[in-house]
Design a protein. Sequence first.
Lengths: 838, 99
Amino acid sequence: MPVEFRFTCPLVNGIHARPASVLADVVRGYRARVTIARDGAAAVELVSVLSVVGLDIKVNQECVIVADGIDAVSAIAALTKFVEEKLASVDDVSDVGHAAGTEGSANLPMALRNRDVAFVSGRAVCGGIGMGAAVIVGGLALSDAALRATPVSVEAEVTKVRDAIAKTHAELHTRAKSAKGIAADLLRAHAAIADDPALRADIEKRISRATTAARAVVAAGEAFAGELRKATSAYIRDRAVDVIDVCEQILEKIGTLGGTTNVALENDSVVFAETLTANQLLKMDRSKLRGLVLGGIGATSHTVILARSFRIPTVIDVRNAVGLVAAGTRVIVDGEGGLVLTSPGDAARRYFEREIRSRERAAERVRVLAQGSATTIDDASIEVGVNASTPDEVRGATANGADGVGLLRTELLFLDRATAPSEEEQYSAYTGVVKAAAGRPVIIRTFDIGGDKPAAYLNMPEEENPFLGVRGLRLYEKHPDVLSAQLRAILRVALVGPVKIMAPMVSTPEEAVWFRERVEATRRQLAAEGVSTSSVPVGIMVEVPSVATVMDQLCEVVDFFSIGTNDLCQYWMAVDRGNAGVAGLYNARRPSFLRVLSQIVRGAKAGGRWIGMCGEMAGKRGNLPLLLGMGLDEISVAPGEVAAIKALVREARAEECRALLERACACRTPGDVDALVAASGWRETQAAAIVDRSLVMVESDATSKEEAIQEAIGVLLAAGRIERPRDVEDAVWAREATYSTGLGFGFAIPHCKSDAVTIPSLAVVKLTRGIEWGSLDGGAVSAVLLLVVPSSDAAGSHMKVFAKLARKLMHEDFRARLMGAASPEEVEACLRIELEIS
Amino acid sequence: MKIVAVTACPTGIAHTYMAAEQLEKAAKAAGHSIRVETQGAMGIENELTAKDIAEAEIAIFAVDIEVEQLSRFSGKKVLRVGVAEAIKNPKGVLAKAGA
């Protein structure tokens, strides 16, 4: 009697090779015949990963699994349990962020545009610059001997192929055990493909028509890959290369492969391939792999995902990738601009070598800044978390020193859809973020939806004033199922990594008690189902002013707090900050607001509770001394700000910050607070004087105006003064186009305003030999002063320094002193004195 | 001789001020009285008053862009040169202005 089970596919990328292989694992031990089907497609055997992948089951599609046989009931029970509890987490959500890829436009650097440089363009999917000798890798190819061979006998060929498949399968299993993360998942998926009954049946059918084992593997592999390439989902299409990958390994075991599976790299190499398999990439010596140039492979292929995780500069969508250059040709892969330079001349080589050097110096600087904790001079520490929502963002932030995720908003999962997200969908989404946080705590805020947001399934009535109506936690009592699914997902994710649960819009201690009870009840429910959960801290957002006066009572109920300054300030001032008529009242530096914030933090500390701050106020560097003064345990900021904020904390004194906050609380207006903070000498950027020895290079070997400009920009990049050096380069050259910035007397002062400039800066580059600049006096230039200004801040006090510098340069004695300064220290000292910078 | 001048370059970061400095230096060396208004990224600085303009015998515009508040100079004798010329050869510019 057949038994069936229906479910909705929870996986964003559909059921591709990895989830299909795990489903096959679940039923493999049973004797019942188990099939899976979706609407409009014939059922296929669940143990055949390739057939299941070929079904092309997409997210939210209804599927039905049918088991028929002696142990059908227990097979379905096992599958049901697996699908409900684990399927969603099988998919590594981190892949989703990659799916879109970073669209890199072909963008030859300005300095090379007039240099007759040969290049081909593609799509940049992993940044950085790679230089090396071209290594060409072909597709599924047989050795000459294998091509000429005739089959011994059907039995002999079948035995040969079965042996090869068994060895491949066993080897992949062994490798999967010692691999980690994405690589381990991938190897398991490949093992399942090797073991796939449909693939084996197809190979054996071909052998029975009198062909060799090797030819049968090639033909079957191409046939299955061809089927997958027809799928509507780009993600599934990209799995075709997995089949080719496994077939190559089988051929290798038969001993008939054309010889390209193991790509041996002898020195720095750039690999060119139409479709490089993930297996080939895994087996390469990555210390020698400098870049990848790929043709018919998608941004969501395992190969590209691995390339990103290894940070290998990669350009895809390159037409005729294997026919571009001869093996051994020295090439350059520009993963920033999406270019491949197939015969780079001296100018191009020097350009990219320079860029590699400045990028390495910049990365080193950020690594040093981000390392360790943010601790003030007088030993007060503050955690610097991030507000982030995707695994990619979190991964980037943790690599750059974030101490955790201070606020994970979950509303996006709930909006613009017909039904609430399932527990599994949420589990899958949160798992991706928690994995990316790599052991650092993640604060997950339960859904904060109000009457002004589209979520039809919550049946929210029209409200006169949704901002003061049923939103956040106030909605939960009417929708216990929606809350329960989210709490279950979060409690289960706690087994993946440290998480905390935070409720929005709590305005009374009773609500906090109620929420806590919901969490406890959910935990008991999970325990009753045999799902153990570890202890998860429960906290609340502080965003309703009524909370401020009962912090002592709340400390008895919850484990932690996070202040949401945006709403708290609006409710505090009774102001809608989007209403131009009253928006002027909304200001987080209003003394009454600073007072209530101080009171809240004191309340939490008195009750021994951890308190952080998310919201715009926390992310503004200018507020940092006030926040340090309050004694917050944590601030949660934008991912790109972590290193800079940590660096600022290390320059601060908590004692001075406390005194500053006290004076700020005594002020009358936000303007008074602004003036007070400004007068305290607080800088919003770390030690970011316009002039600094780190911005001076005294012996540059640049040989042209192009190189000298790039050199100066590289100096700024290395010192953390700019982002996107090519944008700065474009802006500098746009200015050069009006007329030359060569002053005469050996000086040039290129300059620009650009969004890519973060800190107004003056870079000084002295050249070992003079270069032509089109100067006013026709002479050579031996000192380059590059002035850069952020577009948003083109009239700040730094402009006075630049104006003074411009005037000074008209005086011979100043020029002589500057030319005579031999070291970065001397140049800095000379400029500080002459430009009267304290 | 009394002279007023306005300097202005496209980005207003450097050449505006270099030209101003050169004109001031050259005029001083030749014993002229000069007031130079800069129209740079920081806006108008050292702004010329109606009195300055009225008392001057000539106005020198060392500019690569349009002069702001041009109406102040209506009826005034004006010498217009490029910024680069004022930086490179301020004496020559003064000579052209009849100083």
